[in-house]
Write a protein that binds this ligand. Structure first.
Ligand code: UGA
Length: 429
């Protein structure tokens, strides 16, 4: 099918590449000319495993093209996906101005029937607003349908998540676009559910909020584990074997971050507020998440006492593994708090150092994870990169002025670390 994706961020670009991979003809539109140029030249603006090869392959075959003209994208495709950012406003609600602008641009370019699909994460009832806007700004007398098709991919695993989705949700206002939507997703061989448009929009916010809740739940349990001398990983394992609970997203940590969970939680609380429901449960999820970081920082301060003039090594800057994304990264938040307390930082991340430099200009960026500990008073693990598990612990211990390691992601075994001579403090163990 001929598809256009507007917005080449994490969702838009991965979606475009995966649609091309299954044989659709895809045009990706972005208003950032520099980005479009980069993509046209075979470059990639983000790090996402597997994406670069896919983009190269389909750009070369002509199945995936890039332009900064929305009009061209609308004219040449039957189905237009909107995948633009929906950032938070200061009061926690969602800034829908990019969506509104794109809806107007699509309307202005329409000359025949189109299906306009919203893939961005939006508050319930946004689809209705998009439909109203298109109707208002479309000069030609043409028919169209608005569909909600939320995305569930995780950064760092985006290609795999999109190629093998757990489910595809299609929210519609009429049955007319259903066949085309099913045809687009048929090659992915995933269960497809068709709902009304408001339910589809709610599925996305309810899912992300539930996953954030799951993390805060295990983080709260981790506090009990520490107090009671239990091990949160064993507790999570025992809980997760119950199929009704499941073992994923039960990793206790220094808290969740990223461009989705924090924003979507605030938005969902605000949406509930607007319909007269106080979603206190989710407010508690937020509270637990920020307390988890406070507690981790306190652990560091309680151990090292005064941080002024101390040197701390930090492994990890990205908000999670397998990505260069540092937006709302707990690792960056932690670094900023340590700097505020007067510590000097030596930092390393496999992919996120370039993006972190602007936010943490005074840290020393080290190119090899095994050199980070050199001359430091303590080492901190802030992101769950798999490769950190291969850290040369012997070298780290010798490099540190005192063998103290704070593990915000529970990557090592406490008993082993003790045996190696570390003062090792992790989460809930
Ligand atoms: C999240 C959802 O998982 C996706 O399904 C959704 O499509 C996406 O948001 C979105 O709305 O676009 P993402 O933010 O990319 O994906 O990353 P996650 O893997 O969900 O991790 C979010 C944060 O939770 C990270 O900081 C991670 O380190 C933390 N986390 C995750 C934990 O602390 N413990 C866990 O057990 C799992």
């Amino acid at each position: 099918m001929r598809l256009t994706i507007i917005g080449t961020g994490y969702v838009g670009l991965v979606t475009g590449a995966c649609f091309a991979e299954v044989g659709h003809q895809v045009i990706c539109v972005d208003n950032d000319s520099a980005k479009v140029k980069l993509l046209q030249g075979g470059g990639i603006p983000i790090y996402e495993p597997g994406l670069e090869d896919m983009v190269r392959k389909h750009s070369a075959s002509g199945g995936l093209r890039f332009t900064n003209s929305t009009a061209e994208g609308v004219e040449k495709s039957d189905v237009i996906f909107i995948a633009v950012p929906t950032p938070s406003l200061p009061d926690g609600s969602v800034d829908l101005s990019f969506i509104e602008k794109v809806a107007r641009e699509i309307a202005a370019a329409m000359t025949g029937y189109k299906i306009v699909v919203d893939k961005s994460t939006v508050p319930v009832k946004t689809g209705d607003k998009v439909a109203e806007t298109i109707k208002r700004y479309c000069k030609a007398q043409v028919e169209f349908d608005v569909v909600s098709n939320p995305e569930f991919l995780r950064e760092g695993f985006a290609v795999g998540d999109l190629m093998k989705p757990d489910r595809v949700v299609i929210g519609v206002r009429s049955q007319r676009p259903v066949a085309a939507m099913k045809e687009i997703y048929a090659p992915f061989q995933a269960p497809i559910i068709v709902t009304d448009i408001n339910s589809a929009e709610l599925i996305k916010h309810a899912s992300n909020s539930f996953l954030a809740l799951k993390i805060s739940y295990i983080n709260a349990v981790s506090v009990l584990c520490e107090a009671a001398g239990a091990n949160v990983q064993e507790v999570a394992h025992g809980m997760g074997m119950d199929e009704r609970i499941g073992n994923r997203f039960l990793n206790a940590s220094l808290g969740f971050g990223g461009s989705c969970f924090p924003k979507d939680l605030s938005a969902f609380i605000k949406i509930a507020d607007q319909v007269g429901y106080d979603f206190g449960l989710l407010k508690e999820v937020q509270k637990i998440n920020s307390a988890q970081m406070d507690r981790f920082v306190k652990k560091i301060v309680d151990t090292l006492w005064v941080l002024k003039d101390k040197k701390i090594g930090v492994l990890g800057l990205a908000f999670k593994q397998n990505t260069d994304d540092v937006r709302m990264s707990p690792a960056i938040d932690l670094c900023q708090r340590l700097v505020k307390e007067g510590a000097a930082l030596r930092v390393y991340d496999p992919k996120a150092m370039d993006k972190a430099r602007a936010i943490l200009p005074n840290a020393t960026y080290v190119e090899d994870m095994n050199e980070v500990a050199e001359g430091c008073d303590a080492l901190v693990i802030a992101t769950e990169w798999e490769e950190f598990k291969k850290l040369d612990l012997d070298r780290a211990r010798k490099g540190l002025t005192h063998p103290i390691l704070f593990d915000g992601r529970n990557l090592f075994d406490p008993a082993e670390m003790e045996k190696l001579g570390f003062i090792y403090k992790s989460i809930g163990r």
